[in-house]
Design a binder for this molecule. Structure first.
Ligand SMILES: Cc1cc2nc3c(=O)[nH]c(=O)nc-3n(C[C@H](O)[C@H](O)[C@H](O)COP(=O)(O)OP(=O)(O)OC[C@H]3O[C@@H](n4cnc5c(N)ncnc54)[C@H](O)[C@@H]3O)c2cc1C
Length: 387
């Protein structure tokens, strides 16, 4: 265990998957980096599954995390999009997009473990059980105060990176409460998944089924006033409800795993331009999971930030030029990701007849025009700026 330094070049606040990925990305930077994580260990039992895009795979390969993850992921070769009670469907395939897989489903705990495995070799000083209570970013050098084992500590840093998920420190700015939760669990279907993922839009919100090992990971958008009831249903009643909402396209739903629910909100960081401070991952933007973009976007934050950190001199870290460069590189991707996700939720989650027709036409069009399909697939894989 390294001694905890009093001054560093980069202090990463929050060692979730995004903060951990940044520590890995700065491995060869030659900079003094500290990673402060409130939890006792770099591990999680979070029940959600994450769909990684093909673009994220490429980044994870460069972070040398993919080798550990490869045996734990399930490839998505086809995505089937449809709407309940309306015509129109679209199907995207990896073959049409010219990639080995459109994406990969992984259990959150496995993703985190895959990233955490590389941390000891990252060169960053790793501090667990360290809850950051105050950050005071400043040009040149800012301060981070944290509590560990009942004692307060302070360190100074040229650049403070908030990767705390946006929940613990001031600055998060609620844009929209979707009035719903994502109900997650695994389900087994009578037909094997054959690497097909489903996105089905219903008036209540989207239902996603992601192939995971031999089962499906379900993300079922559930209105806030029905969440408790749906969580409490016995397995048979739950599967019957799901069958009614999803239909028979994947055969019968046969078994369900443990259920959990996550409230759905769009949260973005307040537009601050404080010298010496950058927010990444959910600390910068927390999205509805409908398009499976949150972590993928966070990983692209990491990749671009690490590039900016390594491209300039140490003294420039956190300065106004540095911050402008980073923000300019992220603006389009982040803005586009937020807009696309919100549009999908708002346009596809209601039963207005006119919109239902419009959605049917849009899905039909996309299915019939290969160039449109390829463009959509590229945006899902590489971000809103991809063409
Ligand atoms: C149901 C659901 C399904 C999803 N599906 C997908 C998907 O398919 N694809 C996708 O790309 N994304 C998906 N997401 C989004 C994805 O889960 C998040 O974007 C991602 O987990 C964010 O990671 P993070 O590291 O930024 O934040 P977090 O995972 O919240 O990590 C923050 C870390 O900071 C630590 N911390 C917090 N406060 C402090 C403090 N004060 N001091 C020190 N440490 C602190 C916490 O302990 C934690 O370890 C989904 C989200 C949900 C809810």
């Amino acid at each position: 265990m390294h001694a905890i330094p009093e001054h560093v070049d980069v202090a990463i606040v929050g060692g979730g998957p995004v903060g951990a990925a940044l520590a890995l990305a700065l491995r060869d930077s030659g900079l003094a980096v500290v990673l402060l994580e409130a939890r006792r260990e770099f591990a999680s039992r979070d029940p959600r599954a994450i769909a990684l895009s093909h673009g994220s795979r490429l980044i994870l390969e460069r972070l040398q995390a993919w080798a550990t993850l490869a045996s734990r992921v399930t490839a998505i070769e086809t995505i089937h999009v449809s709407q309940q009670g309306g015509f129109g469907r679209a199907q995207l395939s990896a073959q049409e997009a010219g990639v080995p897989a459109l994406g990969y489903t992984v259990e959150y705990g496995d993703l985190y473990a895959g990233l955490a495995a590389g941390l000891p070799e990252s060169g960053a000083v790793l501090v667990t059980g360290a809850r950051v209570t105050v950050v005071r970013p400043a040009a040149g050098c800012g301060l981070v105060q944290y509590e560990s084992a009942g004692r307060m500590h302070v360190l100074s840093a040229r650049l403070i990176v908030l990767a705390d998920g946006g929940r613990s420190l001031p600055g998060a700015h609620m844009v929209k409460d979707y009035g719903a939760s994502a109900l997650v669990c695994t389900v087994r279907t009578s037909r094997p998944h054959a690497q097909v993922a489903y996105e089905r839009f219903t008036p209540e919100g989207p239902i996603a089924l992601l192939p995971l090992h031999d089962d499906y990971a379900l993300v079922w958008t559930t209105p806030a006033d029905r969440v408790e009831e749906r969580l409490a249903l016995d397995g048979t009643a739950f599967l019957a409800r799901l069958q009614a909402a999803f239909g028979e396209r994947q055969g019968r739903f046969l078994a369900v795993g443990e259920r959990a629910a996550f409230p759905l909100r769009l949260v973005t960081a307040a537009p601050d331009h404080q010298a010496g401070l950058v927010r990444i991952g959910n600390a910068a933007q927390t999205l509805h999971p409908v398009a499976g973009q949150g972590f993928n976007l966070g990983l692209r934050d990491v990749w671009k930030l690490a590039g900016c950190v390594m491209d300039g001199p140490r003294e420039a870290l956190g300065g106004s030029d540095f911050l402008s460069r980073y923000r300019a590189q992220r603006r389009g991707d982040v803005g586009g990701g937020i807009a696309m996700t919100d549009l999908l939720v708002e346009v596809f989650s209601n039963d207005l007849p006119l919109l239902s027709r419009g959605r049917g036409i849009a899905l039909g069009l996309m299915d019939g025009v290969p160039a449109l399909k390829r463009l959509f697939a590229r945006k899902m894989m590489f971000g809103a700026q991809a063409w």
